[in-house]
Design a protein around this ligand. Structure first.
Ligand code: ADP
Ligand code: LRH
Length: 483
């Protein structure tokens, strides 16, 4: 049996999980979890990346304690698009900017004046999101920090560099920069050149499964691990790792990765770069083994997290039980709307959206929670239905993975809205995908389908059967469409 540490940094928490793997068994246990709390400073919203790195070191120490100080490998995944800049000495230049920071407001229009949005989509396959790295770099163009930067490392690559001293740009996460061509799976030199983005800032591309160095001596000392401990590139975009751990059989499936975001869509073997797909705001991010993650970003449980924060952190379980007792589909909001991206005043913003669309305004916490869950399920439905049509790829089942699998009401509503069975898989799907890629790099045989067979044999699954017809969901969908 081999032991792997999976570092998985989500927008709401970081965790270090230990995966123990044989060809017939896969066990995952949590070694350490720590909050990920962004900090608002004078300049804007920033990640506390040193706090996160400290959490990673604590986690590796705890993981080592689970395994007698010996780990066969470490892999890191995190949220996408954000990065740290290094100076010529390799030192970090400032705290990485949070993707919810407002610096990218109005930047897209400037980019599209040089490369029209349609051309950008055809070349990169990425949906419009204000925080795509391409827009962040454009927003940062005249800053002193960027002028001094000699290297840009996406968050998992930055932490890998601190652990090993080696630099790389892992492909699945690099694909979220909007600077990768999904057909060649290499940098989009033409787009970068026309937008004046220096691709020399990026480290050489790494594929999931590639070696990414070994833990430095100081790291071994600080974590009590016995060296050498290799670090292995995984699908370092958390969504790439989570999709790898969707316990799917065959190809006729959709998935919803639910956490701070809901990422809902399909796994394809080629990107869909049509104008219709762009208009529907579907993205083509790169996945494992040549796959494409064809999906739509939905605001996700962020909407609820922000309400819970505004309400002074009431008990989530109680809130969800109360929401289950509220009448269904009274009012819904567009959970894909970028207007919900920024933090703050979420209950008021949800109420305002209901008022603006002429629906009853949810007043109590239970009503607002119900509105959020109905709206998320509706957005899952729209993504699953639209993706099948746009990619000409029918599905029979929807897999739900991630933190939202702990929310039985959300899973049931998703089944109801989609009119399809939902199979809820791992809560820690990103960590599982991370472990599986490490295991394969260190000897476990198998393609993606075989890795998934190991998951279906070893991980508990919960099935939700759709209740009733989907007419009520279509009616709610129409309410949003006619706004
Ligand atoms: P991320 O990786 O993006 O930080 P997670 O996958 O950890 O997010 O999911 C976090 C979400 O999971 C929370 O916002 C919450 O809504 C949901 N969640 C966590 N614990 C529970 C629980 N006990 N019951 C219901 N939902 C939960
Ligand atoms: C989810 C996620 C998502 C990105 C967003 C920025 O954690 O990686 O796939 O779009 O963060």
């Amino acid at each position: 049996m081999k032991s792997y540490a999976a570092v998985d940094l989500g927008a709401s928490s970081g965790r270090v999980m230990v995966g123990r793997v044989t060809p017939d068994s896969l066990e995952l246990s949590e070694a350490h979890r720590f909050p990920n709390r962004p900090v608002r400073v004078r300049e804007g919203l920033r990640w506390d990346v040193l706090g996160l790195y400290a959490g990673v070191l604590d986690g590796l120490r705890a993981a080592g304690a689970h395994c007698g100080g010996r780990l066969d490998s470490v892999g890191i995944d995190s949220w996408a698009v954000d990065y740290g800049l290094l100076d010529a000495d390799g030192a970090l230049l400032g705290n990485p900017v949070h993707y919810r920071d407002t610096r990218t407001e109005g930047v897209a229009e400037k980019v599209w004046a040089t490369v029209p949005a349609a051309e950008l989509y055809a070349a990169t396959g990425l949906q419009y999101a204000p925080f795509n790295t391409l827009y962040q770099l454009t927003a940062a163009r005249s800053t002193a920090q960027l002028a001094h930067a000699r290297r840009l490392l996406l968050i998992p690559d930055l932490l890998t560099y601190w652990l090993t001293g080696e630099q790389g740009a892992e492909l699945t996460n690099a694909s979220t920069t909007q600077l990768i061509d999904p057909l060649t799976r290499d940098w989009s030199y033409d787009i970068a050149g026309r937008l004046g983005i220096d691709l020399g800032l990026f480290a050489p591309l790494r594929q999931p499964g590639d070696p990414a160095g070994v833990l430095r001596a100081e790291v071994l000392e600080e974590t009590g691990l016995t060296g050498p401990v290799p670090v292995t590139a995984v699908g370092s975009h958390d969504t790439a790792s989570a999709v790898a751990a969707v316990p799917a059989v065959g190809e006729r499936f959709a998935y919803v990765c639910t956490g701070t975001w809901s990422l809902a869509g399909l796994e394809l073997d080629a990107p869909v770069l049509t104008e219709e797909s762009r208009a529907a705001n579907f993205t083509n991010e790169l996945g494992l083994d040549g796959t494409v993650r064809y999906l739509r970003n939905i605001m996700g449980l962020w909407l609820l997290q922000e309400c819970v924060r505004a309400w002074g952190e009431p008990d989530l379980g109680l809130l969800l039980r109360e929401a289950a007792g509220v009448a269904a589909l009274r009012s819904v909001v567009d959970a894909g709307d970028g207007a919900f991206l920024a933090p703050g005043r979420m209950p008021e913003r949800i109420a305002a959206a209901c008022r603006a669309s002429g629906q009853p305004v949810p007043g109590t916490r239970a009503e607002i929670t119900r509105c959020i869950l109905d709206s998320l399920a509706l957005a899952h439905r729209r993504a699953v239905v639209d993706a099948q049509r746009l990619a000409d790829h029918p599905v029979d089942v929807v897999y739900v993975v991630g933190g939202g699998t702990r929310n039985a009401l959300l899973c049931q509503l998703t089944a109801d809205a989609c009119g399809l069975p939902v199979v809820a898989g791992a809560t820690e799907a990103a960590a599982l995908g991370n472990v599986l890629v490490q295991a394969r790099a260190h000897g476990l045989a198998g393609d993606l389908a075989e890795l998934r067979r190991l998951l279906t044999r070893t991980q508990p699954l919960t099935r939700y059967t759709p209740r009733g017809d989907t007419a009520r969901w279509r009616e709610a969908e129409a309410r949003l469409a006619t706004r």
